[in-house]
Design a protein around this ligand. Sequence first.
Ligand SMILES: Nc1ncnc2c1ncn2[C@@H]1O[C@H](COP(=O)(O)OP(=O)(O)O)[C@@H](O)[C@H]1O
Ligand SMILES: [Mg+2]
Length: 263
Amino acid sequence: MLMCFFCKKGGVGKTTATGEYACYLTTMGKRVLVISIDDQNSLFEMFGLSSKVFERDDNYLEHFVNGVCTTDDVLIPLRENLYGVKTLNTDMLSKKLTLERSFERNFISAIGQLQDGFDFVFFDLPPSSNRTTEVLLERTDLLMLIVELNKLGINGFYNTLQYFVDNDLPLERIRYILPNGYTKTKAVPGVALKELKKLISENVPHAKLLPLMPEKSIFLSLQQKGVTLFDEDVSLLTTYEKTQKKSVMDTMAGIFDTIEIEQ
Ligand SMILES: Nc1ncnc2c1ncn2[C@@H]1O[C@H](COP(=O)(O)OP(=O)(O)O)[C@@H](O)[C@H]1O
Ligand SMILES: [Mg+2]
């Protein structure tokens, strides 16, 4: 099953949601692969494994698509039953996909090969428009948009819907919408949520609005330590972080449980 996490705006929590959901699924006994289409490869940071991105320069997704490295080379272990794939240059990849018809077939077939042995393949997409993103959005089984709950986040959501229309991607493909950054103590997220609900009912009424992802400092503090919410080892955490982690983990599990995944 292929799943894309997308928004035409950066810094909204795409990588965070993708990585945490991937981790959560491994705790449910699934095998998950996360392919970073964002060539910043920030996915590896949240697992404390950014060194893996620079350790070798011959095992990027592009090398695998071109047949110059093997599955064993390209799959980077992140956790038990969880692997990552890094990408070198999304612009170059997209240029090749635009110019060479046959390359699109190679690309799709490479993704198919990587999919073997995994229950889920996630794509952590960049906010920029490119052909790679379009090819994947056309083929994904499940598509989730992440929306940051503030004025700019709502604009980003609107731009994302516009992007679908401009690129002839059916809006019906948008299955889930995850609102990120909710807090009761501020007015902004509540106002944004109201606006988001209105835009959903007007443009993508079939899409399911997921429970709210809370705004919590724990996301950043865990990412700086290279630890995820669902990691069992808490030896690196302060007492405050342990408490915060527990409550956020329960909320996140509630969000992820709402996603219906058929296989
Ligand atoms: N719910 C949240 N509360 C607090 N910080 C968050 C939350 N979600 C994401 N962040 C932080 O926001 C930053 C951007 O998140 P990231 O997942 O990298 O976004 P994107 O992949 O969309 O660019 C990161 O530093 C992350 O720790
Ligand atoms: Mg990202």
